[in-house]
Design a protein around this ligand. Structure first.
Ligand code: CTP
Length: 409
């Protein structure tokens, strides 16, 4: 698992709820973003502050909170994976019947993510024909059931019904994710034989041997695109400018630093490529002069003026030079909060640059960069919205490639 996921951990009300803390912790330590949705009963067994501290996110339990942001469906829609641990007999029955009388039920119903449940209850309840039938129903719908383990239960009794160990739940859940979407799509190998170029990261423009003008791009979305394209069978060149995370295996990585280096590398790699994706954040300007030695403040005084010169627009150049059949995709990072105005900026940028598709995402002081999730809108050359997607950067990458693959044919 190289890409962080958005994981919803649902906790229902049983004594084993205290062990869910370790499930949450294991996902967080593995680098995933975890959002806990607890039932009211669960919060009688384990405290909200504990879950918030361990998950590093607010815990949601109320159906009628966050109504303005349509939270009862938003949490489920943005999940890559839902894990319910412990799943009580009551919660299992509600899941089997599709009942949505609490936030957890709504979250599950509104999601297409793989669902993994770890039942925990007394043996009699586990073996009750109602529970047996409900579990069979859930399994038939593709739900992964982990455990229960056999062993000492809460009272003096022992038998099947004990919550599976947190490590085993985490392993089974991630395996269920791997077996689902990205691999299923990779199995299609719909980009086999295609050559894909992706630029990622942020360029740096030197001022002197130790300083540069740079930006906050981490390269995560570009890396996810390279990984997803390779998984779908493409031969991928990743033009990498100062990535904060490791490039995926099986990809031809070409490291660059400045916008001019990126321009050269992109022009070279794009020859004969089917798809070119400019996900990198390119510096629009570079210093006119690069000082040979370190700039000294005593020589400059109290204020200092930097003269900058425009860098070439790499995307516009690639779009203008593209071969017939080649698809050129740009990105636009905008801080504009108003949706309509943001779309307008995207549309004019797309027209200005001449790309076939433009992936629009909002960035800000705390949005977009260095995060595991992304929220994007894709516009086509006719200025129509052809995709809106929210989720981990890998799942968003696959959705973008779905649109691209469709247009290649
Ligand atoms: N881009 C590029 N060369 C540049 C600047 C940007 O190829 N010198 C590409 C980016 O990789 C991205 C797209 O153009 O795919 C849009 O980048 P963005 O920074 O949003 O747009 P700018 O052209 O820089 O416009 P502005 O800063 O005015 O919003």
């Amino acid at each position: 698992m190289s890409q962080p996921l958005t994981i919803v951990v649902g906790i229902s009300g049983g004594i084993a709820a205290y062990k869910a803390v370790n499930v949450v912790r294991a996902f967080v330590l593995a680098g995933h973003s975890v959002h806990v949705v607890a039932t009211d009963a669960a919060l009688r067994f384990v405290g909200r502050p504990t879950l918030e501290a361990i998950s590093r996110n607010p815990v949601h339990s109320e159906l009628y909170e966050g109504v303005a942001e349509v939270r009862h469906v938003a949490i489920g829609q943005s999940a890559d994976l839902i894990v319910i641990a412990p799943a009580t007999a009551n919660t299992i029955a509600k899941l089997a019947a599709g009942i949505a009388d609490d936030l957890l039920g709504n979250t599950v119903l509104a999601s297409t993510a793989p669902l993994v449940i770890a039942p925990a209850m007394h043996t009699e309840m586990w073996q009750n024909p109602a529970t047996v039938a409900n579990i069979a129903t859930l399994r038939s719908r593709g739900v992964t059931v982990v455990g229960p383990a056999v062993g000492q239960l809460t009272g003096a009794d022992s038998g099947p019904g004990r919550l599976e160990e947190p490590d085993a739940i985490v392993r089974a859940a991630l395996a269920a994710y791997d077996a689902s979407r990205p691999d299923a799509r990779a199995a299609q190998l719909d980009l086999a034989g295609r050559r894909v170029v992706v630029t990622a990261g942020g360029t740096r423009e030197p001022l002197d041997p130790v300083r540069f003008l740079g930006n906050r791009s981490s390269g995560r979305q570009g890396i996810a695109l390279a990984e997803a394209a390779a998984a779908r069978g493409a031969a991928v060149v990743l033009i990498a400018a100062h990535l904060e995370v490791q490039a995926p295996a099986g990809v031809d990585v070409r490291e660059v630093s400045t916008a001019l280096q990126m321009q050269d590398a992109a022009a070279l790699a794009s020859e004969g490529a089917d798809i070119v994706i400019m996900a990198a954040a390119v510096a629009d300007y570079r210093p006119v002069e690069v000082s040979e030695g370190k700039i000294k403040k005593d020589e400059r005084g109290d204020t200092m003026t930097l003269e900058l010169v425009r860098n070439p627009d790499i995307l516009a150049g690639l779009a203008a030079a593209k071969a017939p059949g080649q698809l050129v995709v740009g990105f636009a990072a905008e801080t504009e909060p108003d949706r309509a105005a943001q779309l307008e900026l995207g549309r004019s940028k797309l027209a200005r640059k001449g790309a076939d598709l433009l992936v629009l995402n909002r960035v800000g002081w705390s949005e977009g960069f260095a995060t595991e999730r992304n929220d994007i809108t894709v516009l086509d050359a006719g200025a129509d919205i052809v995709l809106e997607a929210v989720g981990s950067k890998l799942s968003v990458a696959h959705r973008i490639l779905d649109v691209i693959a469709e247009r290649l044919h």
